[in-house]
Design a binder for this molecule. Sequence first.
Ligand SMILES: [Cu+2]
Length: 297
Amino acid sequence: MTDITPARRRPPLSRSLLALTTAAVLAAGLTACSSSDDEPAAEDAATPTATATVEPTLTAEQQAACDSLLDAATALLDLGGSGEDGPTDEELTQVADVYRGIAAGLAGEEQAAATTVVETVDEVVQTGNQKLLEDESLLGSMLAPAAAGRTLCGYAPVDFMAHETPAATGDGQPEMAYMGLPDSLPSGRTSFQLTNEGEDFHEALVMKVKDSYSGTMDDLLQLDDEAMAQAADIVAATVTAPGATAATNVDLSAGRYVVLCHIPVMDGTGPDAQPKMGADGPIWHYSVGMAHEVTVS
Ligand SMILES: [Cu+2]
């Protein structure tokens, strides 16, 4: 349908958001997966302060993996595909290549997770069986290697939390917020790590606001998905199950960024829960406070 050049390109925001929201809903099985994946990451992340200034000595394979980790979020979004047909073979091949590079330079559970992604995506290309992409453990495998961004690659750590305040009444909305995200950051390779303190899934979409958009963050959050895609690009993304921690890596350049959670507020818990609807459609977590602007200089 669209021309796909070998260079990686950004998917349209609307399907990106759909992909991640779908991923979050899919991620019912993420808890079990991420709890095991997160154990080593949590230990390794215990001393994040020095990593920003120490220049790690990496092998060529490790350096290539660190570079590929910066593409992992885009790969995650690519799996949402171009529409109801799902991702194209070209998109799938790009995803597999990104994760091949990651697997080649990592070790242990992170390498195993990346290898699982490669094998799964390769099999989808060979068999055309896109149902394999719906395996709920795949998302966990895609997210797990991101922890190496800080432990191996030395990317500057930024830790924050997703926090929920339940609605006071059944009719009210909960309040949701990121805690610990700074208002400003230096440019450079950065490891965002989100810890989910809530009872719902939460994600962090790191969006770079385009120079052409002069509205405030609140203005941006009022836009529909299509208009938001005109105003900002997703440059990194991760999803966390309740109680879990997940990371995403991005090479920040100077500019305005908005970090937001594009998961719908649900009307209950469990498999029968449905998105709560407002006047303009689903009420997103970012509409009840889970958004934060960061200026990078
Ligand atoms: Cu959220």
